[in-house]
Ligand binder design. Structure first.
Ligand SMILES: [Zn+2]
Length: 123
């Protein structure tokens, strides 16, 4: 998966985040978009900032966040529902659901969400 430039949800440019790491290690590139209704966090591999290592998208619905997490190597996909009681603290309601990896297509978010819903139903 190639590093994204724009947020797949709101299409605004992603911001670079600079995680604190040890001095000897080159930090992996981390790009984020934090909005009231969605959170996106993308990390590159340490070796190539153009290659995605993990991608997390949180979408807020009334009382909960749905988190979709793609991990590239080893490849798997995790879906997790998190209830929001008092911001910023949230309580994890469900154990993470680990599903087979698939390449996300962000050109149509609704189609992607439908695909994920089907994966959950048939898991
Ligand atoms: Zn966004």
């Amino acid at each position: 998966m190639e590093m994204l430039i724009y947020c797949p949800i709101c299409k605004k440019p992603l911001f670079n985040s600079f995680p604190t790491t040890s001095f000897s290690k080159k930090p992996a590139l981390e790009k984020v978009c934090f909005q009231a209704d969605h959170r996106v966090n993308i990390k590159s591999t340490k070796f190539n900032e153009d290659i995605v290592k993990s991608l997390s998208i949180g979408l807020k619905y009334n009382q909960y966040w749905n988190y979709m997490n793609w991990f590239v190597d080893p490849s798997y996909f995790i879906f997790q529902k998190t209830f929001v009681y008092t911001e910023p603290h949230s309580i994890i309601d469900k154990t993470p659901l680990r599903l087979p990896y698939f390449e996300p297509d962000f050109s149509d978010i609704n189609k992607l969400l439908q695909k994920i819903s089907k994966l959950i139903v048939f898991s």
